[in-house]
Design a protein around this ligand. Structure first.
Ligand code: NAD
Ligand code: UD1
Length: 354
């Protein structure tokens, strides 16, 4: 069993990964500055696994703070690096914030690895690096296209930084996972996605609309060159995605050769349209999602889905959850959030009346 540093471990994908790591007996140290997550996530993790993870509220951009963290939690075997800012629109408005947060965090970790004897590194990349591919599905050999946003650019640059660093340092090994579109929540509904403010992504917008928190979902375009005119994506269950990190870690810890970086697409291999997602969500959860068709969203890609056969063959990983169960888990989570809100309101009312 390994001792694993999970940066961004209270975030959406990080928290689900912490659960899967703990379930396999790994010891986890989370570093998160809570810039896009809530400390209560740690309770949710404990409810599922029975283990309250070690947690440090540190900004990965803070080299000295991270150095001290490694001193305190000695003998870390591997790092899974999720911590990053991820809102595409915001990255266009605040590019330097994105380059600083996403790149300085990464550089700090890579610099600190040899100082503290850490040899294995797993990185969260994105299918955004492929842009609109000429041939579908995309394999890891599909050419990288110029980034459409500063956020996308940070992922491309990060991949290059990881290649160069591992090439120069024979004692590192790394795995880059290119995620497609993660959706859903843990089936227990103790953890899930916590979008702050108006969601940008499709699924949280759907669940909030079904809950009545938003009046209607806007479908961004029905005039694409796809069977029903809406965009197509490869929607991957977040628990399946979390499990990909556990097998990637296992591979890194067992690797005998040196100076290695491997890249894997993590998707289902199946593309679904926006309308297919809406209609399946409505059907499996027996709720309505009021929606209207509006113009295309700037920068949207028409269609993309993964060829994940490399991960299937080498990592022995395969997406297992059906889209139906995944969409049920997303709805169960939205209902759990409603209960949490109501409980909080009740407590606040009681406190103000005392
Ligand atoms: P998230 O925002 O839920 O989680 C990221 C976590 O990192 C948050 O808890 C945030 O507080 C923390 N964080 C951010 N900057 C930090 C810093 N400097 N120091 C410490 N903590 C910091 O996002 P997520 O959806 O879980 O994404 C995780 C990773 O996966 C990110 O790198 C993201 O770019 C990548 N990714 C996400 C998606 C997606 O659709 N969610 C797709 C592809 C890639
Ligand atoms: C977006 C980002 C991508 C990032 C990914 C994961 C953009 C252009 N791309 O990808 O860089 O890696 O999130 O965080 O922002 N949709 C609607 N109505 C909505 C929301 C979405 O119709 O209110 C449609 C979109 O047009 C798209 C699909 O739903 O076709 C999925 O959208 P989204 O969840 O935002 O993911 P991506 O666009 O794939």
């Amino acid at each position: 069993m390994a001792k694993v540093l999970v940066t961004g471990g209270t975030g959406y994908i990080g928290s689900h990964t912490v659960v899967e790591l703990q379930k396999k007996g790994h010891e986890v140290v989370i570093v998160d500055n809570l810039s896009n997550s809530n400390i209560d996530v740690l309770n949710g993790i404990e409810k599922i696994t029975g283990v309250y993870p070690l947690f440090e509220n540190i900004d990965c951009v803070d080299y000295v703070g991270m150095d001290r963290m490694f001193e305190k939690h000695r003998d870390i075997d591997a790092i899974i690096h999720f911590a990053a800012s991820k809102a595409v629109g915001e990255s266009v408005e605040k590019p330097l914030m994105y380059y600083r947060n996403n790149l300085v965090s990464l550089i700090n970790l890579l610099q600190l690895m040899p100082v503290h004897g850490v040899k294995s590194f797993v990185f969260s990349s994105s299918c955004t690096v492929y842009g609109q591919p000429d041939v579908l599905p995309v394999t890891e050999k599909t050419p990288i296209k110029p980034a459409m946003s500063p956020y996308g650019n940070t992922k491309q640059i990060s991949e290059e930084i990881i290649y160069d660093t591992i090439h120069a340092n024979p004692s590192y090994n790394g795995i880059i996972l290119r995620y497609f579109n993660p959706i859903g929540a843990h089936p227990s509904a103790h953890i899930g996605e916590l979008p702050i403010g108006t969601p940008n992504n499709l699924l949280p917008y759907i669940t909030q609309t079904a809950m009545g928190l938003r009046s209607e979902l806007k479908v961004f375009g029905d005039d694409y060159d796809t069977p029903d005119g809406s965009c197509i994506r490869d929607y991957i269950n977040v628990v399946d995605l979390a499990k990909a990190h556990v097998v990637a870690l296992k591979r890194l810890l067992n690797i005998k050769s040196k100076q290695q970086v491997e890249v894997y697409n993590i998707g289902t291999g199946k593309g679904l349209s926006v309308f297919e997602i809406i209609h399946t969500f409505e059907k499996v959860n027996n709720v309505k999602v009021p929606h209207t068709i509006v113009g295309r969203r700037e920068g949207d890609i028409e269609q993309i889905w993964a060829d994940a056969s490399r991960a299937n063959e080498i990592l022995k990983w395969k997406a297992a959850e059906s889209v139906e169960d995944t969409l049920k888990s997303a709805w169960k989570w939205e209902k759990a959030l409603k209960k949490q809100r109501q409980q909080k309101e009740k407590e606040e009312n009681e406190a103000s009346s005392n």
